[in-house]
Design a protein around this ligand. Structure first.
Ligand SMILES: [Zn+2]
Length: 327
């Protein structure tokens, strides 16, 4: 409140706002942590993954005790401990076209903590459709970038990224690594952009900011609105309006395929555990069943989603899913 840029009015706006942080990896941990400390009244943290050892050097809400726990649940617990006076909602889901509108419908701002382009295009479609500002962020190796999108006022994400790059075309944190400071810097910038959006400040980042923390190379690239943009001009929300029964995604560089059934209620993890016990090494936790085969490992969540580790072959993953979880 002492800071003249915010003041008591700004602080009140923060308390009334809802921020949705999609993905609580390194960017999301930093951004969500800052937003909680700033006093944003409602924060939703959305993530589909569980915590792995190789996350701990950069994902600052987690520590060694949390390995194998769901990121959304642990993040919510830590954020609540940081600021008990705000409301935190963990959402342990894969964000996709079937659920994203429900997840972000009451958002004042959406913060990108994802690690993949497909979800960013989807966020862009939905935020433009519903006129919700969002902050893009990405980091890899020693560099990162961020861009702030106010639908119909600034260029959108698709104005400069016309289509999803081909699979394998982009490096990933799992193929080239990431220096911990860079997503923390970018996540911090994202949190400040979200803050400015919430309090109604106009001094937003209007360009694509790129920073290399190793070389100290800082660039600010002007982005122009594309007058033929499929998303913000033609309103053709093709990432939102797809029709599929299940979403099968090979997670690039991770030798893992994710399978997300679209229309399916919650499954009984206990029953699944009992069923799989006869077939191999299986572990039941509060949120998952982890089933180990000689060459593969399946992590199955309550909503029927599964991660098939040990293969990048989508068809093989689908058949393992059908075999052990049920199609
Ligand atoms: Zn656009």
């Amino acid at each position: 409140m002492l800071l003249s840029e915010i003041g008591t009015t700004g602080q009140k706006r923060l308390a009334d706002a809802t921020a949705v942080v999609i993905g609580v990896g390194a960017l999301g941990c930093t951004a969500a942590g800052n937003l909680a400390r700033m006093g944003v009244g409602n924060i939703k943290v959305v993530d589909r993954d569980r915590i792995e050892l190789n996350n701990l050097h950069r994902q600052i809400l987690f520590d060694a005790r949390d390995i194998d726990q769901p990121k959304a649940v642990v993040a919510a617990k830590r954020l609540k401990a940081i600021n008990p006076d705000i409301k935190i909602t963990p959402i342990l889901k894969d964000v996709n076209f079937s659920n994203i509108e429900l997840i972000i419908k009451d958002a004042t701002v959406v913060v990108d903590g994802t690690d993949n382009m497909e979800t960013r295009f989807l966020i862009n479609d939905v935020c433009v459709k519903h006129d919700i500002p969002w902050v893009y962020g990405g980091a890899i190796g020693t560099y990162g970038m961020t861009f702030t999108i106010i639908p119909h006022k600034t260029p959108c994400f698709r104005c400069f990224m016309h289509n999803i790059p081909a699979a394998g075309a982009l490096p990933t944190c799992d193929t080239v690594g990431v220096l911990n400071a860079i997503p923390i810097i970018i996540g911090a910038i994202e949190s400040v952009e979200a803050l400015k959006i919430i309090i109604g400040n106009n001094e937003l980042n209007r360009s694509l900011l790129m920073y290399d923390v190793w070389k100290h190379d800082f660039q600010s690239v002007q982005i122009l609105k594309n007058n033929q943009c499929k998303c913000c001009v033609e309103h053709d929300f093709e990432f939102l309006h797809v029709k599929k029964r299940a979403i099968v995604t090979a997670l690039c560089g991770r030798n893992t395929v994710q399978i997300t059934p679209i229309q399916r209620g919650e499954i009984s993890l206990r029953e699944l555990y009992n069923k799989l016990q006869r077939l191999g090494d299986v572990k039941l936790t509060k949120f998952t069943v982890i089933f180990k085969l000689p060459n593969y490992e399946l992590t199955i969540f309550k909503d029927g989603r599964a991660m098939i580790h040990g293969t990048a072959d989508e068809n093989l993953a689908k058949s393992l899913y059908a075999k052990y979880v049920g199609a």
